[in-house]
Design a protein around this ligand. Structure first.
Ligand SMILES: *Cc1c(COP(=O)(O)O)cnc(C)c1O
Length: 241
């Protein structure tokens, strides 16, 4: 128990209700949807409280920030996801610190990550992040370049391509994001048939719009503020502890 525990347990119960309600609307089971707790800007104690409340997947968007927190959490058996843009000079460290990279969007980055995973002696599961239009998100591969990137990444022995991720534009009215989620689902299905292998993971939906994402087939949702509260620190700045 720490100062975050009560709020996070309360918020998690609410999020789980929202997941269950959305899933049942479309005849899906809650257990089909993995909740990735996005802990960026929050301290290690908040992550520990979330872990104690039952969460086992965590997303961080900056390598350095996670590097500064991870040693305090080395005893936790969780899956640590990198969900933010990765600079290739940090690929080596990322392959060491994370169990999954959800934001792969470039071939030279994939090559570096592959070499780093090879050096670590591991196979790193990855998602390709797709840029679905809109100005807000600058990361992600353009739709037209997705098949080429996926075909190049698929044979890498130390990267395991398991699905797609996207951060669509933000709309006040969550219903307006539905076409973007539907599009990512279609792109995943097309790509799986082109590659002749399953791509089981579809990571889409955040605090504001995850119900719509679940209705459109999300297998993972990435939820920050609805679990941890509003972020006060500027996520563009490294968190100093
Ligand atoms: C911050 C972030 C989230 C979570 O956003 P919330 O609106 O706080 O739920 C999800 N995905 C990515 C890529 C993020 O950077």
């Amino acid at each position: 128990m720490n100062s975050f525990s009560a709020d996070i347990a309360f918020n998690l119960a609410r999020v789980r209700e929202r997941i269950a309600t959305a899933a049942s609307r479309v005849g899906r089971r809650e257990s089909e949807i993995t909740l990735v707790a996005v802990s960026k800007t929050f301290p290690a104690e908040a992550i520990r409280a979330a872990y104690d409340a039952g969460l086992r997947h965590f997303g961080e968007n900056r390598v350095q920030e996670w590097d500064s927190k991870q040693s305090a959490l080395a005893d936790l058996q969780a899956t640590w996801h990198l969900i933010g843009h990765l600079q290739s000079n940090k690929a080596r460290r990322a392959a060491f610190l994370f169990n999954r990279v959800d934001s792969l969007d470039d071939l030279s980055l994939a090559q570096r990550l592959h070499a780093a995973a090879d050096a670590e002696g591991k196979s790193l599961p990855v998602l390709i992040e797709v840029h679905l239009g809109g100005e807000e998100s600058k990361s992600g591969v353009a739709e037209k370049d997705l098949p080429g990137l996926a075909a190049a990444v698929a044979p890498f022995a130390h990267l395991d391509l398991i699905g797609l991720m996207a951060v669509p534009p933000f709309f006040e009215e969550p219903e307006r994001v539905r076409p973007f989620f539907r599009r990512l689902h279609e792109l995943r299905d097309d790509l799986a048939s082109r590659l002749g292998r399953p791509l089981p993971v579809l990571s889409m939906g955040m605090s504001h719009d995850f119900e719509i994402a679940i209705e459109e087939g999300a297998t993972e949702i990435r939820v920050g503020s609805a679990l941890f509260g509003a972020r006060t620190a500027n996520p563009a700045q490294p968190v100093t502890q």
